[in-house]
Design a protein around this ligand. Structure first.
Ligand code: KG4
Ligand code: ZN
Length: 364
């Protein structure tokens, strides 16, 4: 087991070009640099991410972003022991740019390479907490239950050990982040929709009551761990059609945001409660961009503290909630530290073979 090494990680699965350098020292992860160049403004004009535009921007940004990550970490290529990159899931033209860059570096610098699952990265972002001297490094105590909530995924994942994933519940249609983005679009709020909708939701209780706004909580009362958000999105759409004369009223828009988020949070908290009851995890983590939602964090933390005090609650620090490369480096560092000699040898040859997979599955 190699206990001390440095990782250069690259992430380009969607609209963020990101690179980071991390050190792994006897189980302690330290982020030496974390550079993210967001294209959100570019895609906002289109109301969503345009894959070919994203790829073009990644090609433009990858070299400067990676160079900055190395410079800010104060390292050169000689100090890097491992290269990691998001291999999927995501937008193929976007993923390809990062994977090609990582393969080229691995070949030219003669370094081992690991392809990482994007969601695995979001889960391992939870180990990037409290890197202060004198504090214990955060660890997963198994079983771990992860609520994965991003723009493309909504699922409950049970881990009985590192890298052992069992999807115990998932959305039948839209992802939560996608629902936030679509509701924002209907309301004329900017892309990505999570931040503006949640900001209004957090202060919109009185407005929701004033306009009598309330939306359904899909699948909340059935006893599966599955989710559905397309019906909720449609309920918002119908209500906006019915209230066509009010949609220009700022207070009305704020009220819709509150009522929508309240429905989403009730479902996410309800399904998490059911999963914790069923699996009694020792650690619970939130993963993915929607984990940046402060009301969601607070509701889940409160529910666990009140009802399941034996389950420890973890969230990624805000800077690692949205897409970034430090989380990819964190997952890669754990994989490398636990890799067998054969896996190490394979890693050295991976620059030849690593392929992008749009629908990459998390390995069991
Ligand atoms: O993980 P992420 O950065 O990218 C994907 O892997 O999809 O997640 C992005 C999603 C977007 O749908 C965005 O609207 C949502 O996360 N999001 C939020 C918040 N911040 C970002 N959703 C709800 N509340 C937030 N504060
Ligand atoms: Zn993500």
């Amino acid at each position: 087991m190699q206990t001390s090494f440095r990782v250069l990680a690259i992430e380009t699965s969607c609209d963020e070009t990101a690179a980071a350098v991390l050190s792994f020292d006897a189980g302690r992860l330290t982020v030496l640099s974390n550079v993210v160049s967001s294209q959100a403004d570019l895609h906002a004009a289109w109301g969503g991410v345009v894959p070919t535009l994203a790829a073009r921007e990644h090609v433009r940004n990858l070299v400067p972003v990676t160079g900055r990550a190395l410079a800010e970490a104060g390292v050169t290529r000689d100090d890097i022991d491992l290269i990691a990159v998001t291999a999927g899931p995501g937008l193929v033209p976007a993923l390809v740019t990062g994977v090609m860059a990582a393969k080229s570096l691995a070949y030219a610098w003669k370094k081992p390479l690991l392809g990482i699952h994007h969601i695995e990265g979001h889960i391992y972002a939870n180990l990037l907490t409290s890197n202060q001297m004198g504090m214990d490094a955060p660890v997963f105590e198994f079983p771990v239950l992860a609520l994965v909530v991003s723009g493309g995924h909504t699922e409950l994942v049970l881990m009985r050990d590192h890298f052992r994933y069992e999807i115990v519940g998932e959305t039948q249609d839209d992802a939560v982040g996608e629902a936030f983005d679509k509701v924002a679009k209907m309301l004329g709020l900017p892309y990505p929709g999570g931040p503006p909708v949640s900001e209004r939701a957090d202060r919109g209780q009185a407005e929701a009551a004033m306009f009598g706004l309330a939306f359904p909580r899909p699948l909340l009362d059935d006893d599966t761990l599955d989710f559905s958000f397309s019906g909720l999105k449609t309920a918002v759409l119908y209500r906006l059609k019915k209230d066509a004369n009010k949609v220009k009223d700022d207070a009305y828009v704020t009220g819709v945001c509150h009522a929508f988020q309240a429905a989403v949070l009730d479902v996410l908290v309800g399904k998490t409660r059911l999963a914790v009851e069923r699996f009694r995890p020792r650690t619970f983590v939130i993963a993915g961009g929607v984990s940046a939602n402060t009301a969601l964090r607070a509701r889940l933390q409160e529910m666990l503290a009140e009802e399941f005090s034996e389950t420890r609650f973890m969230t990624p620090p805000f800077v690692y909630s949205l897409d970034n490369a430090a989380m990819i480096g964190a997952a890669a560092a754990y994989r490398w530290s636990l890799a067998s000699p054969e896996e190490r040898t394979e890693g050295k040859d991976r620059w030849r073979t690593l392929a992008v997979e749009a629908n990459l599955k998390m390995a069991l």
